[in-house]
Design a protein around this ligand. Structure first.
Ligand code: GDP
Ligand code: MG
Length: 163
């Protein structure tokens, strides 16, 4: 059975773009508007020589009437529970937000190993966010650009030991 890698994070950080990048084909719906990825989606993923099942999650878009805590649970608890490793994505152009901190606090209480992914770091963007991201307590952040395919070797190096 293939190892499972769940992609989690708040809306609009680029989870579905990363999912598509790892899937090597366009499956999830990517859009500028939060709330586009309605369902959990999974497919065969690859990263260098690694093969795994990659799971996209909806983030926190749905169930707006519930508290942040319960929304996080509803949207991602199952995906994280089922995963061998978790990619938590933040937006390197926006920097670390309070919702990212809540998310990281919750993930640190889970037992699954986490790679902290700072997305949208093409070119020189996101350098300061990667620095800030250390404070989330999820280990060394990996700067990537899911859209442009940058940082995939570093992501491989962070993920491979966890699978
Ligand atoms: P999700 O809500 O976390 O699934 O985020 P999406 O994958 O739907 O992406 C949200 C927005 O961020 C879209 O407009 C993407 O094109 C954009 N985006 C995703 N990855 C990158 C990236 O590496 N660089 C830049 N500049 N934009 C990105
Ligand atoms: Mg999405």
């Amino acid at each position: 059975m293939s190892a499972r890698v769940a992609i989690v994070g708040r809306p609009n950080v680029g989870k579905s773009t990363l999912f598509n990048r790892l899937a090597g084909r366009r499956l999830a719906i990517v859009d500028d508007l939060p709330g586009v990825t309605r369902d959990r989606r999974e497919t065969d993923g690859k990263l260098g020589p690694l093969r795994f099942t990659v799971i996209d999650t909806a983030g926190l878009e749905d169930l707006r009437d519930e508290s942040l805590e319960s929304r996080m649970r509803v949207q991602t608890e199952q995906a994280v529970d089922d995963a061998d490793a978790v990619l938590m994505v933040i937006d390197g152009r926006v920097g670390v937000t309070p919702m990212d901190r809540h998310f990281a606090d919750w993930l640190r209480r889970q037992t699954r190993p986490v790679v902290l992914v700072v997305n949208k770091c093409e070119g020189r963007a996101g350098a300061s966010a990667a620095g800030e991201a250390y404070a989330l307590g999820l280990g060394d952040p990996v700067a990537v650009s899911a859209e442009h395919g940058e940082g995939m070797l570093e992501l491989y190096e962070a993920l491979a030991p966890l699978l």
